[in-house]
Design a protein around this ligand. Structure first.
Ligand code: 6GU
Length: 238
């Protein structure tokens, strides 16, 4: 899989891409991530990529030409179709199902916004999939792009050491439930003990306990995930 990122702040990415699972996946050639500076496609000497909004108002708007032409340049060089994602608080909410769908593409291009947004003609011409990572406002799409990369790359076969681990995650598969608690050594710490059942060696009982903890946690915290519920998260204040 190849992921291209178009951003005004390419320097935000190397630190994140250079660590841990992402770094290993890139080294192993399981994913290729290329970060591009939008200013490369600016037309004037001052490398302008944004301008004031027609009709007035605060902030700046990303200009249509550099964005459309940078995406076209990447598309022309690609052998496979490039799925374009625009990161914006106005997008559909990014979730595990979306991550799974993106992971099945061979090429994904992530467009990071800044300022007050994108000239609408960028959206009209490129018809990107518009995604938001949640109901809060970030200064730009860069952190959201990293979130999408993180969630997608770990679904690529071979990236996780143990292929089972991503199927047991919260939100994956049909069950869409929060994960049960986990414990490791020591068995006792400051008077807090590991639940007896996990030390019992009885795999049936352990599976039952985990199932029950998952159910209870999901009911308490995220009833919206349970079958037949609306997709709105429950209020955090009980
Ligand atoms: Cl994708 N961008 C921005 N600027 N803010 C966000 C977001 C994206 N998702 C949630 N908030």
């Amino acid at each position: 899989m190849r992921i291209d990122v178009l951003t005004l702040f390419p320097a935000m990415f190397p630190g994140y891409l250079g660590q841990s699972l992402l770094c290993k996946a890139i080294e192993q050639g399981l994913v290729d991530v290329q970060v591009h500076d939008l200013r490369t496609w600016a037309r004037d000497k001052r490398q302008t990529v944004d301008d004031r909004p027609f009709g007035g108002g605060p902030g700046m708007v990303l200009k249509v030409e550099p964005v459309v032409e940078s995406v076209e340049a990447i598309r022309v060089m690609a052998d496979d179709p490039v799925h374009v994602v625009l990161l914006t608080p106005q997008g559909h909410r990014f979730d595990q199902a979306t991550a799974e769908r993106l992971a099945s593409q061979s090429r994904v291009l992530l467009l990071c916004g800044r300022y007050e947004g994108f000239d609408q003609r960028i959206i009209d011409l490129l018809q990107p999939e518009e995604l938001s990572i949640g109901d809060y406002v970030l200064n730009g799409g860069e952190v959201a792009a990293m979130v999408v990369i993180d969630a997608v790359v770990r679904l690529i076969p071979g990236v996780l050491g143990d292929d089972r681990s991503c199927h047991e995650d919260s939100f994956s598969g049909e069950s869409r439930r929060l994960e049960h608690e986990q414990y490791t050594r020591p068995r006792e710490y400051r008077g807090l003990n590991v639940p007896e059942v996990l030390l019992s060696g009885d795999h049936g009982k352990i599976a039952d306990w985990r199932e029950q903890r998952s159910d209870q946690k999901t009911r308490e915290r995220r009833a919206d995930l349970l079958p037949g519920q609306s997709c709105e998260p429950t209020d955090r204040i009980p």
